[in-house]
Ligand binder design. Structure first.
Ligand code: NAP
Length: 266
């Protein structure tokens, strides 16, 4: 990432919408994209946090708009997109990043909790794509990016809800990518391992190959600029989970059951 205050905002790359921009990866991406000349729309629920991030971007010479919005509410997402378009013009880049991660162990399964996770992680992304894609198709250009997770490669014990939501995200975006071939709209799926953010700060379990936030943001930005189809990091973890993906179910179950505590953590 560039030094604070350093910006090439004058180059005017277009308008980017980043959801979940009040903290962690989304905040880092919003700041980094603004430094690279994007006019950024920063969406999340916590308005005070968003306003602080947007002010920081403007002080560094960039263009930013705070968009208070719950991505799980379709009308709210449409409203945020229209407000951003009015301020900075049509959205050329969407980074669907807003997400929640919670344990949803089998023995205390609560469908309401899974609904809430899917509403943000999956439907939140779908609503944002729905709001920006028609314009991109009309203009014959655009870029849809989803921050999924290596957790979506295979069903994770203790977090089946989160894991399933990330698998759904990755599959949805992959399907779109093929559908959109030749349209001028590119699609990038990002599958990070553990990144140091407020989301992982609450984890008590070991997080092998934990990536620092700036490093993660830099890797994602490189993937966006390279219009890569898939960005997965860090490589040791991404490789390990890719291998896990092809293990026969019985072997995966044996291995998976050794990776988690015997008792649910709730
Ligand atoms: N950190 C990791 O190790 C890791 C690894 C793989 C993937 N990811 C994914 O990366 C993304 C960002 O995670 P993070 O680690 O940066 O976590 P974070 O710091 O907790 O940030 C999550 C962001 O999502 C926003 N958000 C949550 N619910 C929302 C809602 N209903 N409407 C609008 N915004 C909402 C939060 O803002 P408000 O609370 O203000 O709404 C916040 O800005 C998530 O999708 C996560 O699953 C993270």
């Amino acid at each position: 990432m560039g030094a604070p205050g350093q910006t090439d905002a004058g180059t005017g790359k277009g308008t980017a919408l980043i959801t979940g921009a009040s903290s962690g990866i989304g905040r880092g991406l919003g700041e980094a994209l603004a430094r690279r000349g994007w006019a950024v729309g920063l969406a999340a629920r916590r308005e005070a946090e968003l306003v602080r991030v947007a002010e920081g971007v403007r002080e560094a010479g960039g263009r930013a708009r705070a968009l208070q919005c719950d991505v799980g509410v379709r009308k709210a997402v449409v409203g945020a997109v229209r407000e951003l378009e009015k301020a900075f013009g049509p959205v050329d880049l969407l980074v669907a990043n807003a997400g929640v991660s919670e344990d949803t162990p089998a023995r205390t399964l609560d469908a309401g909790q899974i609904e809430r996770i899917f509403r943000v992680n999956v439907l939140g992304m779908v609503y944002a794509v729905e709001a920006v894609l028609p314009g991109m198709l009309e203009r014959g250009r655009g870029h849809l990016v989803g921050i999924s997770s290596v957790a979506g490669f295979r069903g994770l014990p203790l977090r089946p809800g989160y894991s399933a939501s990330k698998a759904a995200m990755s599959s949805f975006l992959e399907g779109l990518r093929v559908d959109l071939r030749g349209s001028g709209v590119d699609v990038t799926v990002v599958s990070p391992g553990w990144v140091r953010t407020p989301m992982t700060a609450k984890n008590e379990h070991p997080m092998p190959f934990l990536v620092e936030l700036d490093d993660a943001v830099e890797r994602i930005i490189r993937g966006i600029e390279g219009r890569r189809r898939h960005v997965a990091f860090p490589w040791p973890l991404a490789t390990a989970v890719r291998v896990l993906r092809f293990l026969p179910p019985a072997l995966y179950d044996w291995l998976g059951s050794r990776l988690v505590p015997r008792e649910p953590r709730h």
